[in-house]
Write a protein that binds this ligand. Structure first.
Ligand SMILES: [Zn+2]
Length: 118
């Protein structure tokens, strides 16, 4: 029985396509699980580092909250995110730099990378 006018045979959708779609879905799920794991691990590391700073150096939670607020608000929008700034120019050849690349794609020279850019 065909629902909603969709006929998988007439559409050219076959078992190989379905198998490929399932493999893609498995891969996407696996990547999402890995990212969730990584984020959780980074949260634990951040919490541990914050605990050290608070206990050994006397920083307060209010200071941390204020800093996070400042970083969030720096782009003019309080949305719980840090937005990307515009792409920067290479200081050596003045062409646009690719994000998070330690070298310019055009001239090959090392450039400073913003470690906290999303
Ligand atoms: Zn360059």
């Amino acid at each position: 029985m065909i629902h909603n006018g969709y006929n998988p045979i007439q559409s050219g959708f076959n078992n190989a396509d379905a198998s490929e779609a399932r493999a893609d879905a498995r891969e996407a799920r696996s990547e999402a699980e890995q990212l969730r794991f990584d984020v959780n691990r980074l949260l634990m590391i951040t919490e541990a580092l914050w605990g050290i700073l608070r206990e050994k150096h006397g920083y307060t939670d209010d200071e941390l909250v204020r800093r996070v607020y400042e970083i969030d608000a720096a782009d003019g929008t309080l949305d719980g995110r840090k937005s990307r700034g515009p792409a920067k120019d290479c200081p050596h050849c003045a062409r646009k730099l690719a994000r998070k690349r330690p070298r310019c794609l055009y001239c090959g020279k090392l450039v400073a990378v913003d470690l906290f850019e999303p």
